[in-house]
Design a protein around this ligand. Sequence first.
Ligand code: PAF
Length: 284
Amino acid sequence: MQTIREANQLPSALVALRAGGRSLALVPTMGALHAGHLALVEQAKRAAQRVAATIFINPLQFGANEDLGRYPRQERADAAMLEQAGCDLLWIPPPEAVYPPGFATRVSVAGPSERWEGEARPGHFDGVATVVAKLLCAVRPEVALFGEKDFQQLAVIRRMTLDLQLGVEIIGVPIVRDADGLALSSRNAYLSNDQRERALALPGALKEAAGMIQSGAAVGEAIEQAKARLGEAGFERIDYVALVDAQSLEPLDRPAGAMRLIAAAAIGGTRLIDNLAVEMDAQS
Ligand code: PAF
C-alpha cells in the first residue's frame, strides 16, 4: 500500500493505480478504524479492481462544542489495518490540502439533511457533503463506500452525488456490531466499561421497537417505549428515536415502504447513533 500526504502526489499515484484501465473504489474515513471500516474495504475490493482510502478528520463537520480536539487519532495503526485489509492507496491530506487558504465553498444538501442529525448538529451535513464532494472530485473513483451506521449521512451523500452528477456509485455497507449488539463506532472508545454496558440499551431499544411495530403496535407507542428504555439505562439525553422513510428520512407515523428506525442519544457525555431496518411481512 502506498501512503501519500500531499495533494500534489495524488495525480501520479492515481495514474499508477488505474494503469490498464483498472477501476477504483474510494473508502473515505476519519481514521480510528475498526472492523466496520474494514468491511467497507472488503466490499470495495469486490466492487472495483483497486481500492483507495482517505484519513481526514474533517474540521468542517464538527460543531463548536463537539469532539474535534479529542477525536481519536491513530494513523500508524490505521495504515497497518488498511494495508492488511488489501487497500492499495492511502491518502492522508493535511487540512490545507483540502481547505486551502480562502476556501469559501459549502455543499449544502436540503431534504435528507434537514431533520435528525441536521437539527441536533447544525452545519454537520454541510461539512460532510463538502468534504465528500472534494474527496470524490480529487480521487474520481467509480465507486465510493460508506457505512449504514451513519444512515442519514449515506442518504445525504447519495442525494449530493446524484444532484451534482458526480458519476460515482455510492454503496452502503451494513452496520458491523460487536457480539453483544453494540454498533462499532470510533466514539465507543470514549465509553467506560459501565457506560458501554448501559449503551447496549440503544440497539436493544431499537430491536424491541421494531418488533412492536412488526407486531402491529402503534409507531408512537413503540417509540415512547424505546425512549423509556434508554432513559432507564442512564442515557442522559435522547435527541431522537424515529421511524423514517429509508430514502427521504421523513418521519412515518405508520409503516410504509422501506423504513428505518433511527436513534441518537448521549450517555456519559458520549453521543451514540444507531439504526435498524424495519421489514413488515407481506400480510401486515
Ligand atoms: O463517516 C465518516 O467517517 C465521515 O463523516 C466521512 C464520510 C469520512 C466524511 O468526513
